[in-house]
Design a protein around this ligand. Structure first.
Ligand SMILES: [Zn+2]
Length: 327
């Protein structure tokens, strides 16, 4: 990927659960609970629930994939891959949706594929979130209990009967008994970062954030069982540009050379004009823009780019032709 830093978006969010939530720990649970909430140790040695960054990234990715699928035009192939689907395991309904990363992995001389091609030929979701063959643009830290919540209270857990939950949905007919530990009170905060973004990528993240704000996204275990809904609060939304101070929201295609833009296949931004960026603050080489109060308005042209990009994306034909041409 591009070695130099061009631009960067940094978004601080809080996650306020509305329903009981279970982010499962991979470790065997103590105290006889079959499924326990994941915990970490604080500096003072006390245990506390947290949400691993990998879980948050997975939640953003799968919701973003859903948005891209919803923008798919009729008669066009699905515009994003299924990240764990091996090319040889495609079943009905999964045709041409094998993972970009696994397709490249299968290539006998995969080391010789230029990094520009790995990016250029990947589906929109892999371009943003990465795959087996390259790290994505989107990163997030672990989400910890907010200081404010900690000052006013304690996280609260309850033990629920998993069988009772499954009976509502008709599962577990044989009554295999298990229980799970859900969080019923707690608030978390985390920071998202999108480094060297194309403008449509900010649009896609903006749509995910909007739906999270409205409580339409669920996290963790038991999404179909009524667990895991939450409201996101956007605390801080900041853009940084390095060595450049654009007046309008701009992504890589407008900020790099023509050659770089064409090698990586950056989507050319539409002419849609959004509001001008707010006054900037200089910090060394960086120009910083604070969009906390205006991000929805400012991201409109980015959403427009996303729609156009998904309508015209060449995936999966581009990656199929490339792989076929090498074998
Ligand atoms: Zn992909």
């Amino acid at each position: 990927m591009l070695k130099k830093m061009i631009n960067n978006a940094r978004i601080d969010i809080e996650i306020h659960p509305k329903d009981p939530m279970l982010i499962k720990s991979g470790l065997a649970a103590v105290g006889g609970v079959d499924m326990a909430f994941v915990r970490t140790y604080r500096e003072d040695g006390k245990e506390e629930p947290f949400i691993p960054g990998s879980s948050i990234k997975g939640m953003f990715r799968s919701y973003a994939e859903k948005i891209c699928r919803s923008l798919q035009l009729q008669d066009k192939p699905v515009p994003v891959c299924l990240p764990y689907l091996d090319p040889k395991d495609e079943k009905d309904g999964e045709k041409r949706q094998a993972s970009c990363g696994l397709r490249f992995e299968k290539d006998k001389k995969k080391e010789t594929i230029p990094s520009t091609d790995l990016y250029n030929l990947s589906c929109p979701a892999c371009r943003l979130f990465g795959s087996n063959v390259f790290i994505g643009r989107f990163a997030t830290s672990d989400a910890y209990i907010t200081d404010e919540f900690r000052q006013n209270g304690q996280p609260v857990f309850e033990i629920r009967d998993g069988v009772a939950i499954d009976r509502l949905t008709g599962g577990a007919a044989r009554g295999a008994k298990y229980n799970l530990e859900v969080l019923t009170r707690g608030e978390f905060s985390t920071t998202l970062e999108i480094r060297n973004f194309e403008r449509w990528q900010l649009g896609l993240i903006g749509l995910v954030l909007r739906d999270m704000e409205q409580g339409l996204v669920r996290a963790g275990f038991g999404k179909s069982r009524g667990l895991g809904s939450f409201n996101a609060k956007i605390i801080n939304f900041q853009l940084a540009y390095y060595n450049q101070s654009p007046k309008e929201l701009s992504g890589l295609s407008r900020l790099v050379s023509e050659k770089e833009a064409s090698d990586y296949g950056f989507f050319e931004e539409t002419d849609e004009k959004g509001p001008l960026l707010p006054d900037l603050q200089k910090e060394g080489l960086r120009s910083i823009y604070n969009l906390t109060d205006t991000w929805k308005e400012t991201l409109k042209p980015a959403v427009n780019d996303l729609v156009k990009y998904i309508e015209t994306v060449k995936w999966p034909k581009n990656i199929e032709d490339f792989i076929a041409g090498r074998n």
